[in-house]
Ligand binder design. Sequence first.
Ligand SMILES: C[S@@+](CC[C@H](N)C(=O)[O-])C[C@H]1O[C@@H](n2cnc3c(N)ncnc32)[C@H](O)[C@@H]1O
Length: 584
Amino acid sequence: MADTAQKLIALAATIVENVLSDGGDSKSNPKMGARNQVYYASINGECPKSLVPMLTAMVSGALKSKKTLIKCAKDDGLFDLRESALPDGCPALSDGLTLNGQIRRPNAELLVVLYEVLLGSRRVRGTSPIVKLVKSRKASLQKTLARRRQSGEEKQHVERIKMPRFVRINHIKTSNSEVSSHFERELRLKFQGKPDSSTATGLSGVPKGKYTIDPVLPDIFILPAGTNLHTDKMVDDGALVLQDRSSCLTAIALDPPPDAICIDTCASPGNKTLHMASLMMKNKSKPLGKITAFERDPTRLGTLSRRIGEQGASSFVEARGGDFMDADVSEGGEFNDVTHVLVDPSCSGSGLAADSATGSALASEYDQPSVNSGTLAVVGGGASDSQKVSNLAKAQVEILLHAMRLPNLQVVAYSTCSVFREENEDVVLEVLRRQSRFRCARAIPSWPHRGLDNVPEFAAISPLVCRATYEKDGTNGFFVARFERITGELEVGARSSTTSSKSVKKSKNKNRKRDAYELSTSSTTALTPPPKKVKKDPCAQFTKRGFCKFGPKCRFSHETSSAATYKDDVDDLMEEWNIINEMG
Ligand SMILES: C[S@@+](CC[C@H](N)C(=O)[O-])C[C@H]1O[C@@H](n2cnc3c(N)ncnc32)[C@H](O)[C@@H]1O
């Protein structure tokens, strides 16, 4: 037992070291990212599948909480210990310090073990000298963290948010009845009936031993939080997909008919591409159409291709390496016949649920990207968070406009897992302003939670778009909009039924004229700046727990100083979050 724990700690430390280091071979290349390295460790047999959730939690926790862990160790005097005070074989921890006492390069194993003791399982397992050292100082380290939190030097502990386990059916490989009997036979779960509300309370209330189905969205099963399905046969076979409920909104909003010719502009790891494929197969009444899934990142393209194969979709889904912005969208071009496009571009990821590892809180949908928190690490170099979000928003608008140039395109679904209006309603308004062939239509009419309702300029689009939040929907924060080609026969804002290829041709001539009349093509147009917010006192419940039962209606502020955490592969993180939940 202790040996297994030590092997796991050593593996986590190797991955952390790879990520923190500057170089590495292709296998341990830090650019590959921690999650991919965990994945490789599991397929290479270095980590048993059942321990993948623990490994993921250790690696992501140690990396995300690095600063907190080092400060606690430093305050606790760990780096001042003389060699004689260290257990036999323990590396000199002060090697990682510069002359003025700053940390140059933390010992990766120390980070992992400190994470376990202070923020993770709070237990010390393993046998190495570093484990022995931390074990001997566990109580004082934990007191140091508590003191730092009390003095405000560290963020208060945020209670772990437990989302239910959402599982989507892949209709290419299975059916609802097969899945139900699998849950009952293999997992010994009993169906508890369909919940009568879509509130977070209704959803998170799936008791142990039971399962249910989504009250609003088709094909989603809801299992108790913490259900470990990482070794489940149907998940392994690609018949069931672990996907957050909110991330299923986009393909449902697009609603492609079986013969649709589709593009996913930003596809990897392919959750939404493959959801589209499943919907097309489910409704198959005529020959299947096709999906071209663009991915510009070569590593992520590999993940996408693999998953297309695993989920049985290779015959009609193609992974295409390259930037969608270079795709030929001209009349008569390669994508002349495309009717449906899904746009789920890189975003700030500000809607991802609070992370127990870092203690960061859930951003509210009324939050704005803070100017100086500096937590959006990837886009725009040293730019402020609000500048990075603005850069992301510009790219989001350009991808939508590029897609809307496709000559036979009928429907576009747009989504982000951001809660910021700058990447959501503002993007929709900007796209409507810059072209005149598509209007915003009502996406998923049965979804109860619509767009921001407190901003006068959003009044027309707010009832048409969908939002999701942990507080209201039991999911990560999410936004979806549906655009439809204007046929001239429908009222603005009304939703047509899924458009057939005949009506595509009918409206084509009219649209050609509109094509010529495309409005501004400038990529530098600034989005509407967010209105100034009235300063409210902080909400005590939100500060303490990371959420509050009054949600956006609360009269106190839910603003956080680190409202956004940038992650390009946000869907990976969603899945990772589910994994971390399993630890609870
Ligand atoms: C938010 S993730 C997509 C998640 C995916 N839709 C899913 O549900 O699994 C964005 C992905 O799009 C890729 N991407 C961003 N902009 C792109 C572009 N212009 N062309 C192709 N891929 C792009 C990124 O590399 C990243 O893998």
